[in-house]
Ligand binder design. Structure first.
Ligand code: UCC
Ligand code: FAD
Length: 531
């Protein structure tokens, strides 16, 4: 109640102010000295204070509600995100940095940082960046990273390189990747050459730590967030992972930020649907409110089903993360968390883009008008399928998770799905939907059995359809489970039924169409480039 009131009475208008007063870069002071100062509006600064006061990061680390602390935090962030003026972006990375530091045992050089990242005191609270992308590539980090780290006699390092995308660059600290130069002056290429570094962006006097801000990015959306190109020219940094374990060590950050991405996707859908619902009660067309036009209601109902399924995917992933946080997760939970994180990120991002685009249309021409604030929602949502790993990269990450677990992640998926489906099968109104999911799972199982003989390149061709199949079947499973509660409403049942009416197993269609073999790959290439 209290937080809801704060969102309505204070945070929502601050978020709008962030949109209207984007950050700018002051590169020189009046005397021509290079200062590289990112100027943000008062509302953006206030968001930082509010984030601390509300414990938007702290909640997950204080563990007041044991394994449910994460769900509590995610629920709060879900309410906060659509009003946050994109302050959710630095919060995601702050949460990710805290998780990485915690998982490394909170080593001495980052003890104070950890305390600040997880503080409820606005005077102490720090935010973090996540600098992984360089000019040569953001997906292929192993080959794209050119930044080098030179060791100093005291064991710290200086970083030298160029970071092509750095969001919320006004952050207090950042985690970043670099290649350590050996005593012989050698560096190792590829993933094994990358180590993880912690740095503070400014010193105690506020001077940048060996960093030049080249420029702020001119972006389609997320204009509230300063996103910069950075030249690291001797930035002092602490190596916090073992040598060559940079990617594996920052993976915890990726898990957290990808879940935050899903929070924003689902929160964004919910906000747009709420506004469109309200508008439909007020706007008249053809002599009656839009609400009374069945075709318009069908449009909104379809958006609603997508948002509800996405919400459960998000919350289930968060529940699993809460178990992992508190070391209460079973082996099955850990496999499910690893698998559902990329699935939830990639799928909810695509759903949100579609739902929010449809949502703008629900307002007719007004949906296209800047002063309604609606177009910003569409601009901002578009990034959710790009940053923190594109749809294809996350689909390949799903494959990575499956392969690395040697089948255990899929076993976990099938047994978890089946356990949740059992109750639905016994209810007559849900039985056909549960059977549709079971049939999709069966076809998925058949595909997996056959895929043992597939070459790596063929499996890559199947990766996106595989990820979509996991998202749709598991979304169905969760909606069915929800609809079998004794207190389930009639609309909970209809939601589950309608979700299960969509194509649940794209991998089966793709397989039958012969989409995953070398001939199909050749045809794709010629289709795109010939004629
Ligand atoms: O975009 C960014 C910030 C935007 C602003 C913040 C928004 C937050 C949302 C807020 C909403 C409002 S930051 C940049 C994000 N960049 C990416 O996401 C990179 C995309 N590329 C990938 O994800 C790739 O898959 C890579 C870079 C992770 C692949 O790297 P490698 O080196 O080719 O991968 P390897 O060799 O397969 O994996 C190296 C190790 C392995 O562990 P070991 O060595 O123990 O076998 C992998 O199992 O890392 C492990 N690993 C993982 N572990 C790789 N990925 C993962 C994973 N996802 N989870 C666990
Ligand atoms: P590329 O890797 O060049 O990808 C181009 C296309 O090729 C994509 O569609 C991709 O899916 C596809 N592709 C690539 N490889 C494969 C493959 N093997 N198989 C199939 N398809 C493939 N990065 C940070 O590190 N920190 C930040 O704070 C940050 N902030 C950002 C803010 C914004 C607003 C944006 C837009 C980006 C930000 N990024 C940040 C960068 C972001 O993470 C990368 O842009 C993203 O990971 C993609 O990398 P790329 O741009 O190099 O695209």
């Amino acid at each position: 109640m209290r937080f809801g009131a704060r969102l309505k009475n204070e945070i929502d208008s601050l978020g709008r102010e962030c949109e209207l007063n984007p950050p700018r870069l002051q590169q020189f002071d009046a005397w021509g000295r290079r200062v590289d100062h990112i100027i943000t509006c008062a509302a953006w600064k206030k968001m930082k204070e509010i984030s601390a006061e509300e414990g938007l990061i702290a909640e997950a680390y204080e563990r007041r509600y044991s394994n449910w602390s994460r769900v509590h935090q995610v629920a709060k962030l879900y309410l906060y995100a659509p009003s946050a003026g994109l302050f959710t972006c630095p919060l995601a990375m702050t949460d990710g940095a805290a998780k990485v530091i915690e998982s490394l045992g909170i080593p001495r050089p980052v003890r104070e940082a950890y305390a600040n990242l997880t503080s409820r005191d606005p005077r102490k609270f720090w935010t973090s960046g996540q600098w992984m992308t360089e000019r040569k590539g953001g997906s292929d980090v192993a080959n794209g990273t050119e930044t080098v780290a030179r060791e100093l006699p005291n064991g710290t390092h200086t970083l030298h390189g160029f970071k092509w995308f750095t969001s919320a660059t006004d952050a207090d600290i950042s985690l970043t990747l670099a290649r350590v130069v050996s005593a012989e002056g050698q560096i190792e290429q590829g993933s094994k050459g990358l180590s993880l570094f912690y740095l503070e962006t400014r010193d105690k006097e506020g001077k940048l730590n060996g960093i030049q801000i080249q420029r702020l990015k001119e972006k389609l959306g997320t204009k509230q967030v300063p996103t910069a190109e950075l030249f690291l020219d001797g930035a002092r940094a602490h190596q916090i992972s073992a040598l060559g374990r940079g990617v594996a060590s920052i993976a915890n950050m990726l898990t957290i930020t990808r879940i935050h991405n899903a929070i924003s996707a689902v929160g964004g859908m919910r906000r747009m649907i709420s506004m469109a619902k309200d508008y439909a009660t007020k706007r008249q067309a053809f002599g009656k409110p839009l609400k009374e036009h069945p075709l318009h209601m069908q449009t909104l109902a379809r958006m609603e089903v997508q948002a509800r399924g996405a919400f459960l995917l998000l919350m289930e992933t968060s529940r699993l993360l809460g178990l992992e946080d508190t070391k209460m997760a079973t082996e099955q939970d850990l496999h499910m968390l690893r698998l559902l994180t990329p699935v939830a990120k990639l799928y909810t991002a695509k759903q949100a883009i579609a739902v929010i685009s449809e949502g703008l249309e629900c307002f007719g021409g007004q949906g296209y008008m800047e002063d309604t604030g609606l177009p910003a929602a569409l601009r901002d949502v578009q990034v959710l399928s790009i940053w923190e790993g594109t749809t294809n990269i996350l689909s390949l990450d799903v494959l990575r998770a499956l392969i690395k677990s040697q089948g255990k992640a899929l076993d976990a998926f099938f047994s978890s799905a089946q356990a949740k489906l059992d109750a639905a099968i016994s209810l007559s109104e849900l039985k056909p939907s549960a059977q549709a999911v079971q049939s999709a799972l069966h076809k998925l199982g058949q595909f997996i059995q056959k895929s043992g003989s597939k070459a790596d390149a063929e499996m890559q061709l199947a990766a996106r359809d595989l990820a979509y199949t996991l998202a749709r079947t598991y979304g169905g499973v969760l909606l069915l489970e929800y609809a079998t509660r004794p207190s389930a409403s009639a609309t909970d049942i209809v939601t589950a039924q309608r979700w299960c009416h969509q194509e649940l197993c794209p991998i089966d269609r793709g397989e039958k169409a012969g989409s995953y073999n070398t001939e199909a790959a050749f045809l794709d290439l010629s289709l795109v480039y010939t004629g």
